[in-house]
Design a protein around this ligand. Structure first.
Ligand SMILES: Nc1ncnc2c1ncn2[C@@H]1O[C@H](COP(=O)(O)OP(=O)(O)OP(=O)(O)O)[C@@H](O)[C@H]1O
Length: 432
């Protein structure tokens, strides 16, 4: 046996899960149910899912805004066809988050809409163009919709205190339109502000039609799905009810499903056995499933392994990211590594992805059981995230490890579409 094949064997033993998938699905299912009942930081209900779509006026236009990082995207979306009529994006250069920050964004959006003829001058039309505005805001908000923290290079100011993102954006529109667009005839009504996990979930539900689970595997790992309202413990029922508008008929909740943002990254503390090379600080113990599945951490585990076996030098200049791992797993051309080790490195990358796929397949099957989805032959999973999207091997392995057919569907533009769908569903829901 060569040294390389000995290393490969040793790593296969350490990396590939010893438990059967059936047993891991069982353990994940128990953990999900227990988190649903007890955790105050995960498995939180996001909103109820309306099931009636009666009141939608086809003339209504939705302006969707995706505020998730330094590139702000916006689009005009027509529903129910889910067509993006117009979209654009710009970089956010100002990083102090105060009302001026929102005014700057809204000014740019209004300018683009006017330049492209989506809002008309008063002397050109007697009709006011009405927009329902819907926002995906990928920063933590509290139950009232106020910003709790920013991160990603943004600095929050005290000027935001006590104001919801909805109020901030609504008042920016009013101010910018009256100060800069007084010749134009338009009205902006800010309706929904949702987070990215909910946006993906609503897109998944709307596009996939069948019961579906939404999965995010990019930088991080997360999932969102529906459970019957009755499954929630009293404290989660109460917090959900507080977020609903006062005119919402709360009695109907008993017959509804609610979206649960599961934060599945936290799952697996007693199930996933992390190896020394998986430890990238305390976060690895807190988020074992994320640590072994996401595009951020998995490449760092590969790097640690290669360092541990002296396959690369300490000062190896190449960044270990999702793209590199996916190329290695697909065995594409070698640019960076010594030829004698290249096939071993590709093998290790595949082992790490196999482990990731095993746990993703297990969590999806566990979620499928607790949601009580009705399709016994397949599980429909709408997903986003570059790491999963760019790895055919990862997607194939997820299917390989599942005893039910997992249909993976990539949901392009889901942050914009999900925001638009939230408003469409709420506006057409009888109760809101
Ligand atoms: N071509 C690629 N192939 C494989 N993985 C990729 C590729 N491009 C990016 N990634 C990985 O995908 C992850 C980024 O995922 P994604 O593009 O979905 O962003 P995100 O999770 O929305 O991130 P952010 O937190 O910045 O919004 C990174 O871990 C990166 O290493």
């Amino acid at each position: 046996m060569t040294i390389r094949s000995a290393i490969a064997r040793e790593l296969a033993r350490m990396i590939l899960p010893a438990d059967s998938i059936v047993s891991v699905v069982d353990q994940f299912q128990e953990e999900l149910l227990s988190r649903l009942q007890t955790s105050a930081i995960s498995m939180l209900p996001q909103c109820s899912v309306p099931d009636e779509r009666l009141r939608w006026n086809p003339k209504d236009r939705i302006l969707a805004i995706d505020f998730g990082g330094t590139r702000l995207k916006f689009a005009i979306v027509s529903l129910p066809q889910i067509v993006i009529e117009y979209d654009d994006a710009f970089e956010l250069t100002y990083n102090i988050v105060d009302p001026t920050f929102f005014n700057g964004i809204i000014y740019k959006i209004c300018t683009k809409l006017a330049e492209n003829g989506y809002v008309k001058k008063k002397n050109e039309t007697s009709e006011v163009t009405k927009f329902f505005v819907s926002v995906t805001f990928s920063f933590p908000l509290n139950a009232k919709g106020e910003v709790v923290a920013m991160g990603k290079g943004f600095v929050m100011t005290n000027a935001l205190q006590g104001l919801t993102v909805k109020q901030l954006i609504q008042s920016s529109f009013e101010r910018i339109i009256s100060d800069n667009f007084e010749d134009f005839s338009c009205a902006m009504n800010v309706c929904d502000v949702i987070n990215d996990a909910v946006a993906v979930s609503l897109t998944s539900k709307f596009i996939c039609e069948n019961d579906s689970i939404s999965l995010i595997i990019g930088t991080g790992t997360n999932a969102c799905f529906e459970v019957p309202y009755g499954y929630l413990p009293p404290f989660k029922k109460d917090s959900l009810r507080e977020t609903l508008p006062s005119n919402y008929n709360k009695e109907t909740l008993n017959f509804k499903h609610v979206l649960v943002n599961s934060e599945i990254g936290f799952i697996g503390k007693d199930v996933i056995s992390l190896q020394p090379f998986d430890i990238h600080g305390g976060i690895s113990y807190e988020m074992p499933l994320e640590c072994v599945t996401s595009g951020k951490w998995l490449p760092l585990s590969l790097r640690n392994i290669l360092l541990q076996y002296n396959i690369i030098p300490k000062n190896f200049p190449i960044e270990f990211n999702g793209e590199l791992v996916c190329q290695l797993a697909e065995d594409s051309a070698n640019t960076w590594f010594e030829d004698q080790y290249y096939s071993l490195i590709c093998q290790i990358a595949r082992l790490l992805i196999k482990r990731a796929a095993f746990y993703v397949a297990a969590i999806v099957q566990a979620i499928d059981i607790i949601t009580g989805c009705k399709n016994y032959n397949f599980i429909h999973v709408g997903y986003v995230g570059s790491f999963l999207q760019h790895s055919t091997f990862y997607r194939e392995q997820i299917k390989y490890y599942s005893s039910i057919d997992i249909k993976l569907q990539f949901l392009n533009h889901s942050n914009l579409l999900g925001a638009a769908i939230a408003t469409y569903l709420n506006k057409s829901d009888k109760h809101v």
